[in-house]
Design a protein. Structure first.
Length: 254
C-alpha cells in the first residue's frame, strides 16, 4: 500500500468514527428525551386516574347509600301494607304528597310507617302528613321538623292519651298547632285535654283527627325555590337508587 492511499484511508476512517460518535450522541439524546416524555406521560396518566377516580368513587358511594335507604323504606312499607304491590302503590302516593312544602320523601314514608304501626289509618296518616307539613312550612319549618312531629304523634297514638312530653315537642316544632288546639278545646293544657277526651269517650287518635281537620283551614303554603331544590334532590336520589337496584339485580345480590 502506497503512502497516499494509507493517508486517504485514515482520513475516511476518521470521518466515519466522528460521524458514528455524533449519531450515537444523538441517539443518547433522543433516548433521554423519550424517557422524560414517558415519565411525564406516566405522571399525567396518574393525575388523570386520580382526577377521574375520585368523582367515580363519590358517585358509587351515593348510589350505594341511596339504594340502601330506599330498600329500607320499601321493606318497612311492605311490612305495613302486607305485600310488595301494596307498598309500591303506597310509595307512589307518598311520592306525590312529598312534592308539597315541608314534606321530604323519606320523612313521608317514615312518618306513614310509624303512624300506621300504632293503629292510624292510611287515610288519616295522609292527612297528618299533609296538614302538619303545611302548618310547619307556614312558620318556615322543614321536613326534618315534620319527622320529629310524626314521631311524637306516633307516641301519642300508641299511649291513647295526651301527655305533655308528647304535646310540647309537637307545638315546639309546629307553633300553629297550639292555636288550632285552642280553637277546638279552649286550652292546650295536656291534663285538661286528657280529661276532656276521657269524658267524651274519645281516644288520642280521635284528638289527632280533629286537630288535622282544624289545621286544614290554614292557607296552603306555596312551594318556593327551596322546595323546588328539595324535590330535585328527591328525584336524583331516586334515580341513584334505581341504578343501584338494577345493578344488584344483575349481579344477583340479595
Amino acid at each position: 500500500m502506497n503512502e497516499a492511499l494509507a493517508i486517504e484511508i485514515t482520513a475516511i476512517t476518521g470521518k466515519f468514527e466522528a460521524a458514528l460518535k455524533k449519531s450515537l450522541g444523538q441517539l443518547d439524546g433522543f433516548a433521554a428525551k423519550t424517557e422524560r416524555v414517558g415519565s411525564k406521560m406516566e405522571s399525567m396518566g396518574q393525575r388523570m386516574s386520580l382526577t377521574l377516580s375520585a368523582p367515580l368513587l363519590l358517585l358509587s358511594s351515593r348510589i350505594i347509600s341511596a339504594t340502601r335507604d330506599y330498600d329500607k323504606l320499601t321493606q318497612a312499607l311492605i311490612s305495613i301494607e302486607g305485600s310488595a304491590g301494596g307498598a309500591t302503590k303506597r310509595m307512589a302516593e307518598l311520592k306525590i304528597l312529598a312534592l308539597n312544602p315541608g314534606i321530604g320523601f323519606e320523612q313521608a314514608i317514615a312518618g306513614d310507617v310509624r303512624l300506621r304501626a300504632v293503629g292510624v289509618s292510611a287515610q288519616l296518616s295522609t292527612g297528618i302528613l299533609k296538614e302538619f307539613a303545611n302548618a310547619i312550612a307556614a312558620t318556615g319549618g322543614t321536613a326534618q321538623q315534620l319527622d320529629l312531629v310524626t314521631y311524637q304523634l306516633g307516641q301519642m297514638a300508641a299511649k291513647g292519651k295526651i301527655m305533655g312530653n308528647d304535646l310540647r315537642p309537637i307545638i315546639e316544632q309546629a307553633p300553629a298547632v297550639a292555636a288550632a288546639i285552642g280553637k277546638i278545646y279552649g286550652t292546650i293544657d295536656p291534663e285538661a285535654l286528657s280529661k276532656m277526651l276521657d269524658k267524651s269517650g274519645k281516644t288520642s287518635i280521635d284528638f289527632i283527627s280533629e286537630l288535622v281537620g282544624e289545621l286544614g283551614k290554614i292557607p296552603r303554603v306555596a312551594g318556593g325555590v327551596n322546595n323546588a331544590f328539595e324535590n330535585i334532590g328527591i328525584s336524583v336520589k331516586e334515580f341513584f337508587a334505581r341504578i343501584g337496584t338494577s345493578t344488584f339485580e344483575v349481579v344477583n345480590i340479595n
